[in-house]
Design a protein around this ligand. Structure first.
Ligand SMILES: *Cc1c(COP(=O)(O)O)cnc(C)c1O
Length: 418
């Protein structure tokens, strides 16, 4: 009997092998047939310090022994309070309010609803959202609406709402992005949402901090809300706690998830500046923020995130990140037969094969299988290969990753791939 499990982003009709993991530790996944797999992509960008971090797992066990789940509308609990206070301390101080949800997509949906609620409650309704070309903000209908359109969401396109799209600020064409933003802001949109410094699912596309600085300044000048989706970039990925830090930018609304619990259990927050909260503050019940999911602020998830904050407070996490960035830089520089080798913080990316290879070409799946056969979890975005390991990864594991990429690049160059 085949498994009843329907996997995400998986074409079951191709009958590709689906390894089963029984244990995780540090940068490693252990399979039920005894293999040790190096997790080169932090299990889809969530794992920060390392898998099964002892302090986080202990916090989960401890919290689970005392309390499971409670309603969060009108009730509260210590882990949620402690976490919210900790977040307002570690994040920019202008972000005074913390709203809980369960995933990056919901953090983004909440951000959009906060932005529209802000304008509606001020009596000047605005609905238009500005986005950047090639963006990814999640897979729910709202999050898809503000993300890149393509084969991924073609079937649902009639349901997706209309947005204003700015061109990606590619090297040499940055001014066009800023001009487009300035023009779009004159039409009084509700908000701009961006992935700061690097567009993840769109192909690990990097743009410079000063462009982010200028985009935020244009929004501020026009009174348009600036939403930073740091679901991937948050928690040190780009070398700083937040990517926005490198641009000296504090968003009006900030979305965090993935590394919030160190990547251990699902949790998300949407943080907001005080005026966003104040716009919903009233004796009028019709002005409250109408959003919740059943598991909002789950105590066990909050406890995991509190442990993550303690690790950030007690351990030299940024130094570890700087060291990993350096160790990746030398290995990336040594690669040949790759195009557009690029890096920001702990993330490196490059293209294999010729310019014509697109996401749905068969190069991606073949690379995936190639790396899997070498006990590596690397999941190319089409012909874009990227490395985004847990911060604890050792040199031997990094060497295994980069030598496999070097071999794959050589195969691509001599035509034995794709
Ligand atoms: C992963 C991601 C999301 C969606 O998060 P989920 O937890 O998968 O819903 C949103 N925005 C960005 C930038 C992401 O990388």
């Amino acid at each position: 009997m085949t498994s009843p499990v329907w996997h995400p982003f998986t074409q079951h009709g191709l009958n590709e092998a689906i390894p089963r993991i029984v244990r995780t530790e540090g940068a490693a996944l252990h399979t039920d047939d005894g293999r040790r797999i190096v997790d080169a992509i932090s299990s889809w960008w969530v794992t920060t310090h390392g898998h099964s971090h002892p302090r986080i797992m202990a916090a989960v066990a401890d919290q689970a022994a005392r309390m499971d789940q409670i309603i969060f509308a009108g009730w509260s609990h210590e882990p949620a309070e402690t976490l919210a206070r900790g977040l307002t301390e570690i994040m920019p101080h202008e972000l005074t309010r913390v709203f809980y949800s369960d995933s990056g997509s919901t953090a983004v949906e909440v951000a959009l609803k906060m932005a529209l609620g802000y304008w509606a409650n001020r009596g000047e309704p605005r609905h238009r959202i500005l986005v950047m070309q090639h963006s990814y903000h999640g897979d729910t209908i709202g999050a898809m609406s503000i993300g890149a359109r393509g084969v991924f969401n073609q079937a649902y396109s009639p349901l997706l709402f209309d947005v204003g799209t700015l061109p990606f600020p590619a090297a040499g064409a940055e001014q066009a992005t800023l001009d487009a933003l300035d023009a779009a802001c004159r039409e009084q949109p509700a908000a701009l949402i961006v992935e700061p410094l690097i567009l993840g699912a769109g192909g690990m596309l990097i743009y410079p901090p000063h462009i982010l600085t200028e985009m935020a300044a244009i929004c501020a000048r026009h009174g348009v809300l600036f939403i930073a989706d740091e679901v991937m970039t948050g928690w040190g990925r780009t070398g700083t706690l937040l990517a926005c830090e490198q641009a000296g930018v504090v968003p009006d609304i900030l979305c965090l998830s993935k590394g919030l619990t160190g990547g251990s259990v699902p949790l998300a927050v949407t943080m907001a500046r005080e005026p966003i909260y104040e716009a919903h503050l009233s004796t009028d019940r019709a002005k409250m923020f109408f959003h919740s999911s059943s598991y909002t602020a789950n105590p066990i998830a909050c406890a995991a995130a509190v442990a993550n904050l303690a690790i950030w407070r007690d351990e030299p996490v940024l130094a570890r990140i700087a060291d990993l960035s350096k160790r990746q830089r030398t290995r990336l520089a040594a690669l040949t037969n790759v195009r557009n080798a690029r890096q920001i913080g702990t993330i490196t990316a490059m293209e294999l094969g010729d310019e014509s290879a697109a996401y749905m070409s068969n190069l991606g799946p073949r690379l995936l299988a190639y790396f899997r056969d070498r006990n590596l979890l690397l999941r190319p975005l089409g012909n874009t290969i990227y490395v985004m390991p847990p911060y604890c990864i050792g040199d031997d594991d990094l060497d295994a990753i980069y030598s496999a990429i070097a071999d794959a690049a050589a195969s691509c160059a001599n035509g034995s791939f794709g």
